[in-house]
Design a protein around this ligand. Structure first.
Ligand code: PFF
Length: 478
């Protein structure tokens, strides 16, 4: 990069404002990262993918892929100081790179929009459960009655649609007010409160006979069980074959849970104060996110096993397990209400980051007001969300499925397992290969020491290779 360009980029500042301190940046990014992915999705995909070995692969993906790519994404955002689309465009100019790299910003906007459509529906389930818990519906309930309540809830599309609509409106309101309004204050208190409540739930789980069974499921890896699918043939012979699919799900989830690969963290990075250390912020965000997911698993699996439930129950898992705990524990009505309320807040602070890249771009390039941009994106995602609402009732039948997947399954698979890893791969390649060393060192406030060298190695070789191998293996190319 030329000296002139260097000076130019240093002067950039965001027209959307800045976080008031580096601590607030960390909180906002934790707000984006910690959400349904940790408490709803991590437990159910762990259950579906056989436990320990899957969790181990997930943790390896977080460390070797998530951490370096999060550093890369924040770095690009703070360097560009605009919406991901314009950030990529400016960085492409700074580095005189091929204009096709700008597509990265576009891909992110589309991915965020697709994720928001179903994210809001599941957050709507959590919202409904706040009121259910408060009404005392779980008190003394058994696993069967809780399951029946959940099935009954899902089978009424209009009420699920209503909760989806309320959540989407909540999201639009915060995004319309801008990054500083409301969100900062909310995350300061609510994230720590959610953490404490999870500890309470783990405390309850410890009192169950199946606590060690739950931990075993979560932490003892059994690679054969997870990566070999066995079938008994017509001749009565057992045939086992290797499957890379759980690895793809673990990889995709590492991106999903850290909000990586689509510009959410990039746009938050663009509001980051110039003096904050990107690497340190990343470690804090990743540690908090991972801790929340593991705590959620430690609370849920003991309940699953002590009630003889199915670990592979799918997306309904937390709604069928945690209410049993709330129904049985002292003060459960209060804790249950608070828990679902905090889960809604966690989902809220994530949903906001899903449309912020698109909204920031509409404001920058089309002179739109934040309010109009937020409403436009929210309404579009709401409409697409109807497909997910119906995936659990009217359109759940096989005749409405494609490749054996409902609309929700397809959106989830496409975004988490394909688009986010691809976005992350290109972010890593751009930061590692296209951006000059002087620019990345400057933005990371690092010298050419061990820290920078390790990051550079990870982002240039290790993460792209791992993503490519898992990805191509799962889609059957290698
Ligand atoms: N990280 C969020 C969660 O775990 O719930 C979901 C998410 C938010 C994914 C923002 C992607 C994103 F850009």
């Amino acid at each position: 990069m030329t000296r002139g360009a260097d000076l130019m980029t240093e002067k950039r500042s965001s027209i959307h404002g800045q976080w008031s301190s580096r601590f607030i940046f960390i909180l906002a990014a934790v707000g984006s990262a910690v959400g349904l992915g940790n408490i709803w999705k991590f437990p159910y995909i762990t259950g579906e993918n056989g436990g320990g070995a899957f969790v181990l692969v997930y943790l390896v993906c977080i460390a070797l892929i998530g951490v370096p790519i999060m550093i890369a994404e924040i770095l690009l955002g703070r360097r560009g100081r605009q919406s991901p689309i314009n950030t990529m465009r400016s960085l492409v100019q700074d580095e005189q790179a091929h204009p096709a790299w700008s597509l990265l910003g576009w891909g992110g906007v589309i991915t965020g929009f697709l994720i928001l459509s179903y994210y809001s529906v599941i957050a709507g389930w959590a919202l409904a459960y706040v009121f259910r818990a408060a009404s005392g519906a779980f008190n003394g309930a058994t696993a069967e009655t809780i399951a029946a309540q959940f099935d009954g809830f899902l089978s009424a599309p209009l009420s699920v649609l209503a909760w989806h609509s309320i959540f989407m409106v909540m999201t639009m309101v915060v995004v319309a007010r801008g990054v500083r309004g409301g969100l900062e204050k909310a995350v300061t208190f609510l994230m720590p409160a959610l953490f404490v409540l999870l500890l309470v739930l783990v405390g309850y789980a410890m009192s169950l006979g199946a606590f060690s069974e739950g931990l075993d499921f979560l932490f003892s890896p059994n690679f054969e069980k997870v990566f070999y699918h066995c079938e008994v043939t017509a001749a009565g012979v057992e045939q086992c074959r290797f499957t890379g699919e759980p690895m793809l799900v673990a990889l995709g989830h590492a991106f999903f849970t850290l909000s990586l690969g689509m510009g959410a963290i990039m746009v938050y990075g663009s509001y980051m104060p110039a003096n904050a250390s990107i690497a340190r912020a990343t470690f804090a965000i990743v540690a908090a996110d991972t801790a929340v997911a593991l705590l959620a698993g430690m609370a849920i699996f003991p309940i699953v096993f002590s009630n003889g439930l199915e670990a592979a129950a799918g997306p309904g898992l937390i709604f069928q397990t945690l209410p049993i705990a709330f129904g049985a524990m002292p003060g459960g009505q209060f804790f249950g209400t608070l828990f679902f309320l905090l889960l809604v807040f966690a989902a809220w602070s994530s949903a906001i980051s899903l449309i912020e890249p698109a909204v920031a771009w509409l404001v920058e390039n089309h002179g739109m007001k934040r309010v109009s941009a937020a409403v436009l994106m929210g309404v579009l995602a709401w409409i697409l969300g109807i497909g997910t609402v119906l995936s659990f009732n009217l359109l759940s039948g096989e005749e409405f499925q494609l490749f054996g997947k409902t609309i929700f399954d397809l959106l989830d698979y496409l975004t988490a397992n394909i688009l986010l890893p691809l976005g992350g791969l290109f972010i890593a390649l751009f930061a590692g290969w296209i951006m000059s060393r002087s620019a990345s060192m400057d933005e990371l406030r690092m010298r050419d020491g061990m820290g920078y060298k390790t990051w550079s190695l990870l982002v240039r070789y290790i993460s792209p290779l791992l993503v490519a191998i898992v990805f191509f293996n799962a889609i059957g190319i290698i």
